[in-house]
Ligand binder design. Structure first.
Ligand code: KDG
Ligand code: MG
Length: 405
């Protein structure tokens, strides 16, 4: 079998997605997600100009060799654009291998380690009361783990929440220039502890709570927050601080037993090797799309397993349903799987373009037994929603200093 052609599609059913389709001379094709939020066209150019011409005529069953070729064969290793391109090709090749074998991808990875995939849902509110009301709805839907984010009183906009009742994921959609947001650590500290106190008072101890700091704190501030939140028993605190310097997390770790999660922006094992090996984190949140696909995530999962680190793949709406499918196959196999972030299956336009048969019941997602990744892409429907340039917001302190997003 040979790779005959590779097509790249960009569609915008509410937000942009980059989809890769690898076609073979046997008529079998595979799908991959190469979406890098706010930098979509950079990946498209990289794929079309630099990756695809090197792959035509190769045997798609040699997934490992193609992965190594695209990673080691490039002088300019790593990086989000490069790794998203590798990821999309890799997912598509696993999809092809599964279809050829007549097996779902998880069977090729080693089969099932569990019945279903535990999910955490999002409650984003304009106030603590609003966040808790949304939490109540999710609990009634059956979710046992929920991420709580609430607007910070005194700030016009809070990441995670917008004043006009839209959440921040909608803010990311189709903004021709980056919007700017304010950040204040003192204001945040005042409200976040109250959020979790109120949540425990209202919902008791059974539900697991997660919180995403979005790297807005310095390590010593994160250490303090972790300590303050200990009594509320979080499943994990996500992206407490930046960890470009992985030693940052040893400062946090020295002070708190609140479990820590990080990794959604990481592109390779090298971004988190020290965090994992030194047991500075509890959950690694790398996404198949951003960290080199199924081949790379399988290795990161195995490496993490020997240091008691569980996987908790990123599940934001800017990862396409193809990435979610890749995560489902990994999650059902990964022995050290922890939890999957879940924001629902998206709007009607999205469902029209990406078709799958996963189901969600009582806070768990269940696999489809379809061969390959088990997802279809409707090219005609996708063409109805053309690309629109869009950016994530930029964050500044109240005095105007540029801050971490
Ligand atoms: O593109 C950025 C989003 O994916 C990110 O803001 C979402 O932090 C996020 C999360 O945990 O889902
Ligand atoms: Mg996050």
């Amino acid at each position: 079998m040979k790779i005959e052609a590779i097509k790249v599609f960009v569609c915008s059913p509410g937000r942009n997605f980059v989809t890769v389709k690898v076609m073979t001379d046997a008529g079998v094709y595979g799908l991959g997600d190469a979406t890098v939020n706010g930098r979509e066209m950079a990946v498209v150019t990289y794929l079309e100009e630099h990756v695809i011409p090197c792959l035509i005529g190769r045997d798609p069953s040699n997934i490992e060799d193609i992965w190594q070729y695209l990673y080691k064969g490039v002088y300019w290793r790593k990086g989000p654009i490069n790794m998203a391109a590798i990821a999309a090709i890799d997912m598509a090749l696993w999809d092809i291998k599964g279809k050829v074998a007549g097996l779902p991808v998880y069977q090729l990875l080693g089969g099932k380690s569990r019945k279903g995939v535990t999910l955490y849902a999002h409650a984003n509110g304009e106030s603590i009361a609003d966040t808790l009301d949304k939490t109540q709805v999710l609990i009634e839907q059956g979710f046992k783990a929920i991420r709580l984010q609430s607007a910070i009183p005194g700030l016009k906009v809070t990441y995670g929440v917008l004043g006009d009742k839209k959440d921040y994921y909608e803010l990311q959609g189709n903004r021709p220039l980056p919007p700017e947001e304010e950040w204040s650590t003192p204001k945040y500290f005042n409200s976040v502890v109250e959020l979790f106190r109120a949540a425990r008072e209202r919902f008791g101890d059974e539900i697991q709570f997660v919180h995403d700091v979005h790297s807005r704190l310095t390590p010593i501030e994160s250490a303090k927050l972790g300590k303050l939140l200990e009594e509320f028993n979080l499943l994990f605190l996500e992206d407490a601080s930046m960890a470009e310097n992985q030693d940052n997390f040893s400062i946090i770790r020295q002070h708190t037993t609140t479990p820590l999660a990080i990794g959604e922006t990481y592109n390779t094992i090298w971004d988190c090797k020290d965090l994992i090996q030194n047991q500075l984190i509890d959950y690694i949140r790398v996404a198949a799309t951003h960290a080199g696909g199924i081949t790379a995530l399988r290795r990161i999962a195995d490496f993490s397993s020997i240091y008691n680190v569980k996987t908790a793949p990123h599940g934001a709406p800017d990862l396409s349903p193809i990435c979610f499918a890749a995560h489902m196959h990994l999650n059902i196999w990964t022995p050290n799987f922890g939890i999957q972030e879940f924001v629902g299956f998206g709007n009607e336009q999205l469902k029209q373009i990406f078709k799958h048969e996963y189901s969600v019941k009582n806070g768990m997602a269940y696999m489809s037994e379809a061969p390959g990744l088990g997802i279809e892409f409707d090219e005609e429907a996708a063409s109805q929603y053309p690309y629109k340039r869009s950016y994530l917001p930029v964050s500044r302190l109240e005095d105007g200093t540029l801050w971490n997003w």
